[in-house]
Each structure stands twice: as C-alpha cells, then as structure tokens.
Design a protein around this ligand. Structure first.
Ligand SMILES: Nc1ncnc2c1ncn2[C@@H]1O[C@H](COP(=O)(O)OP(=O)(O)OC[C@H]2O[C@@H]([n+]3cccc(C(=O)O)c3)[C@H](O)[C@@H]2O)[C@@H](O)[C@H]1O
Ligand SMILES: Nc1ncnc2c1ncn2[C@@H]1O[C@H](COP(=O)(O)OP(=O)(O)OP(=O)(O)O)[C@@H](O)[C@H]1O
Ligand SMILES: NC(=O)CC[C@H](N)C(=O)O
Length: 554
C-alpha cells in the first residue's frame, strides 16, 4: 500500500486584529478537516491576526494576544489532523517578532517555521516589522516530511531547496499574496521553478479578502513535479479543498482535484473591486454605502460595484442637480439606479449654492467668477452627502478614477469626500472597458442583477464634470487615451519626460501632465483609500514627497 497524505487547504478570510474571531474560524476549519479525514489542515500566512498587520506587530500586547490565542487553539486540538497556522511570534530578547507558521497536533506544537526572506518592496515593509528567521527544516506529520517556506521564502531557491535536501517530501506554502493584475501568472512561474528545482509537489495556499487597499485574491493551487496543475481553488472567494497526495515509484504526487476557472484582466479587476469594497465596508462595521450619482460613468461603475458588493437594498444613490445638470444626466442617473435596483433620491443644490454665494458676496464683490464657484458646487455636494451619511449611517463612496487622481482633477473636500474609492487604481480608459465587461458578465456571488446595468449612453457620452455651461473634461485635460498612456509611462513605468516624448507624445502635453502629477500630491495624501489593482497604486506602491520642486529636465 503506497503512503498517502491528505492536506486540507483552507483559503480563509481573516479580519485584521480580530484575533478571537479568526481563531474561531480556524478552529471551525480544523474541525471540517478532521471530519473529512485530513492529516493536516493548513490556513494561510498570518491568518490568526490578519495580514498585513503593519506596526501592530511592534506592540508587544498584540503579539502576546496572538500567542495566547494560539496556545488555546493548540490546547484544544484533540486527536485529529495537524494544524498549520500563521502568526507573529516574539521570543524574549529579540528586537522584533518573527513572521511564523506554527504546526501543532494532539495538543502540542510540532514545528515552528520562521520566515527567512522578508519582502521589502512595493506594498511590503517586512524588514521594518520582523526579524528574519533562519531557514526552517522539514517537520513530520503522520510520518510524512513537510517543508514550509512562508510566502516570500518560495520566491527564492534556497529555502525550498534546503528543505528538499533535508528530507521534505511535500512543500506546503502559506501565503499573504495581494492581487495585482496579472499576478497569477507570476505565481505560476515562481512555483513551477521551485517544483522543478526540488522535484516535490507544492501546495500554494493564499489568503482571500480585502484589507485596506490590498485585496488577497485566494486562487490557491497545487503543482505536481513535471509542472502539471493538480488543483485550483476559486479566486476572490473563501474555499476549502482536500488535496490527496500519494507516494508513487516516481515520488509524491497530488491527485487531480477541482480546477476552478480563473478570471483575468477586466474580470479579475472588477471582482477585486467588489471584494475590496465589501470587505472594507463590512470589516469597518458598515452595511450600507452612499454615493452621488451624476449620470456620468465614474459614479455609475461605483454604484454597480457597491451593489454587487452589498446588495441593491444597501446602496443609496443621490442625484444633486444644479442648473448645469443636463436632462440627459438626470435620465441616466435614474436609469443606472433603476437597473441596479438601488434607491435614488434627488437633492438640488441651487438653494444652498445661492446661500453660499450670498454669504460670500461682500468678500467676492468685483471679482470674476472662476473655478472657486465651480468648486463650491462640488463642496456642497460633499457637505450634503456627508450629512446624509451622518444621519443614516451609510459610508460615502468617492468615485475618482486613477486618471483623475493622478492629475488632481477633483475638488478636495468636494467630490473627494468619502471613506473608500473602489476605482482609485483604474485608469479612465480601462474604466470604460470594465463597464462593458460588467454589462456582459455576472458572477454568482455578486449581489446585483445580471445584464446591462450601465446604459451604453453613459459609457459613450463625453465625460463632463457639469460645473459650468458646456464643460467637458477635454477642455482641461488631454483626451483620455493620450492622458492615460502618458500617465502609465510616468507613473507605472517611471519613465523620464524624454522617454515619453520619444514614444510619440507632444512635449508640452507631457510637461503639463508631469506638472499636474507633482502638484496634486497633497490631494492624494488626503484622499480615501481604494482598491489596489496594479503594481503602482497610489499610497504604498508609490511614495512621493508632498512638497517637491523637482521637475524632470530631460
Ligand atoms: N501643496 C498644497 N498643500 C495643501 N493644500 C494645497 C496645496 N496646494 C493647494 N492647496 C489647496 O488646495 C486648493 C486647490 O484645490 P481645489 O480646491 O480642489 O481646487 P482645484 O484643484 O484648483 O480645482 C478642482 C479641479 O477639479 C476639477 N474637477 C474635475 C471633475 C470633477 C470635479 C468635481 O468637483 O465634481 C472637479 C475641476 O474642474 C478643477 O479643475 C487651494 O485653494 C489650496 O487651499
Ligand atoms: N449632479 C450630481 N449629482 C450627484 N453627484 C454628483 C453630481 N455631479 C457630480 N457628482 C459626484 O461627483 C463625482 C465627480 O464628478 P465627475 O464629473 O468627475 O464624475 P462622473 O460624473 O461620475 O463621471 P464623468 O467624469 O465621466 O462625467 C461624481 O462621480 C459624483 O459622485
Ligand atoms: N507575504 C509575502 O511574503 C508576499 C510577498 C510575495 N512575493 C507575494 O506578493 O506574493
């Protein structure tokens, strides 16, 4: 009879800092694994505390709480499978804690794995929070030797290789790997390389769920020696899977299991925004969202995302027309709310606007109307929406896309008001395409209706802020395809002005965009967090000084 190993993968969604709640979830998952006859139940990196805990782990009381919760979990493990769980551990005398993965069985700890490679790039600052551990060797569960590189440890050869050389038969890798567009291909490449080098099957187990701007997409998978995919869990949903490994003449192999289809590109971005919005709201204690619905495309897609995340009954849309609001905008806002099944109220801003104009008349006498008056409209909308939020307890969502956020094309304390921005990392040209994707596609966990929820007219009409007569975005900004290409080069690829010009752009336009990016750093610093979709999202991926006189002389 060949040797077997039954690994229960639990792609779970912890809540940051809810140590007791996460411990209860982990205990339930362990029981489900025991029922199913597992040898080992694995949950992802830092599942006990939530990931990334940032400076929380520098607070000894936080780490002590996690340790106490772990001790209780371990003590409660009666006869049954081993449990692998991620948490910070802080041995006495160490300057910082370790990022650890504890494996326990039958009431006692079998192994303590410490993360060796601490990621310190993009959104990661683990060298700030953690001590790097030595490479941890394999441990035995029911007679099978398991090696556990912790997330980044699997991105280098040395940890898996050392574990294989010291007897590991299967690699189980717990991860806290946040989404960016195209990341799954990066993970396959990394994992296949480790499988080829070690000759061992590798189970890649990821977290799922939103945490501030980051979205953990799950999509856990198992690769066999030779590179074949044995099983794949769904993206953006919690899931469990029993993976059956057996030892054959040519070594350990995982039996083929579920292969959930994986979303790509617009499908993945949209689901990331829905999950990010749902988890930000729910984990922060909000059931209901509120937004200004203008009849434009930005607020339409945010309304769709919020509805898919929270359900139409939990999304309150408000149209706040002025004398510049066209009949088309009124109709389009009504159509979006109707298609999504959300409640729509109308609150005209003409009265408050007249009151503000009146109040300032003695100061502004003799000056010409300019952007000041335009911004007052935007700020009145922000004020009224925040009043509705205060009164009824829904969180205000803000709607600026990445193109607008990049050049500061938004009014601070006006349309930038709000707690979360689902589309903050989505350039306008991609936003159009993503609306088309949503109109043609639906996923079963979305709470909004299937079908063409965003009328094509909303997608096709020229974007306008409607803050003065006949205003169009293109009066102030280059056409979006041009703007987005310049932005992607300057921001996502950090190209020089000379390189952007060499790619075919007009120098004056590039310099104008560069100027707007640097000038609006203060707005981004004060802006709401949003769903991270790229490798260069505003906040942790791209950190620039606010006061900065440097301009590219190239
Ligand atoms: N470095 C700095 N650090 C901190 N604060 C700084 C600052 N520089 C300016 N400021 C402050 O910021 C103010 C200027 O910013 P702000 O008041 O936003 O005004 P501003 O950026 O001049 O105008 C808003 C822009 O957003 C556009 N827009 C587009 C789409 C929609 C909407 C909408 O509202 O619905 C608006 C609008 O057309 C206009 O171009 C200054 O008066 C000053 O108080
Ligand atoms: N008349 C309005 N009623 C309600 N909210 C509004 C109104 N005008 C603007 N807003 C709010 O301010 C935000 C910014 O306006 P903006 O014009 O940039 O976006 P949009 O109208 O949704 O899309 P687009 O830029 O494509 O016209 C809107 O998304 C909306 O939340
Ligand atoms: N938690 C981690 O170590 C994350 C780093 C890893 N390379 C990833 O993004 O997938």
């Amino acid at each position: 009879m060949s040797r077997r190993f039954r690994l229960f993968l639990a792609q779970m969604n912890p809540v940051m800092g809810d140590i007791e709640g996460n411990a209860a979830q982990i205990r339930d998952l362990w029981e489900a694994g025991r029922e199913a006859g597992a040898d080992m139940v694995a949950v992802p990196e830092m599942a006990l505390t939530g990931y990334q805990p940032q400076d929380l782990v520098r607070k000894p009381a936080f780490v002590a709480h996690a340790t106490a919760a772990l001790d209780r979990l371990v003590e409660g493990l009666d006869e049954g499978p081993a449990l692998g769980v991620g948490l910070p551990v802080w041995p006495p005398g160490c300057e910082k804690p370790f990022n650890a993965y504890i494996v326990a069985q039958n009431g006692r700890v079998l192994a303590e794995n410490l993360k060796h490679h601490l990621p310190n790039y993009k959104v990661f600052d683990e060298k700030r929070y953690f001590e790097a551990g030595p490479i941890s060797g394999p441990y035995s569960v029911n007679g099978v030797r398991i090696g556990t590189p912790i997330c980044e440890d699997a991105w280098y050869e040395d940890v898996p290789e050392t574990q294989a050389e010291t007897g590991a038969e299967i690699l189980v890798v717990p991860n806290g790997s946040p989404y960016f567009r195209g990341k799954q291909d990066v993970r396959y490449n990394v994992v296949v390389a480790r499988v080829v080098e070690t000759g061992l099957p590798l189970a890649y187990l990821n977290l799922v769920g939103g945490q501030d701007d980051q979205i953990f997409d799950g999509a856990s998978f198992v690769i066999n020696p030779g590179g074949a995919l044995a099983c794949h869990l769904p993206s953006f949903e919690t899931a469990t899977e029993m993976v059956e490994f057996e030892e054959r003449q040519d070594g350990w192999r995982a039996r083929p299991g579920r292969k959930a289809p994986q979303p790509e590109d617009h499908a993945a971005d949209y689901q990331a925004m829905v999950l990010g919005t749902r988890d930000y709201m729910h984990k922060a204690g909000f059931e209901r969202a509120l937004l200004g619905l203008s009849g434009g495309i930005d607020s339409a897609i945010v309304a769709a995302i919020a509805t898919d995340a929270l359900g139409p009954e939990n999304v309150h849309c408000v149209m706040l027309p002025s004398e510049y609001t066209s009949p088309t905008s009124l109709e389009d806002a009504a159509a979006v709310a109707h298609n999504l099944g959300c409640h729509l109220d109308e609150v005209p801003i003409s009265g408050p606007r007249a009151a503000v104009t009146d109040a300032l008349a003695h100061l502004f006498a003799g000056s010409e109307p300019d952007i000041t008056e335009e911004n007052i409209q935007s700020r009145l909308r922000g004020l009224l929406l925040m009043a509705i939020s205060n009164k009824f307890g829904a969180m205000l969502l803000t709607t600026g896309n990445k193109s607008e956020v990049a050049v500061g094309y938004a009014t601070i304390y006006g349309d930038m008001s709000g707690g979360y921005n689902p589309v903050k990392d989505l350039y306008k040209t991609r936003l159009f395409e993503t609306c088309r994707w949503r109109n043609a596609n639906h996923v079963d966990w979305f709470k909004g209706p299937a079908g063409e929820v965003i009328p094509p007219r909303v997608i096709d009409k020229p974007p306008t802020a409607e803050l003065r007569e006949d205003q169009k975005d293109e009066d102030s900004l280059p056409p979006y395809p041009v703007l987005d290409d310049i932005l992607e080069r300057l921001i996502d690829h950090e190209q020089s002005v000379a390189e952007v010009v060499a790619a075919g752009h007009d120098r004056e336009t590039v310099k104008q965009v560069e100027r707007l990016i640097y000038l609006s750093e203060y707005k981004r610093f004060q802006s709401a967090p949003g769903a991270r979709l790229s490798q260069r999202a505003f906040w942790l991926d791209r950190r620039y000084p606010i006061v900065n006189r440097w301009r590219d002389p190239s």
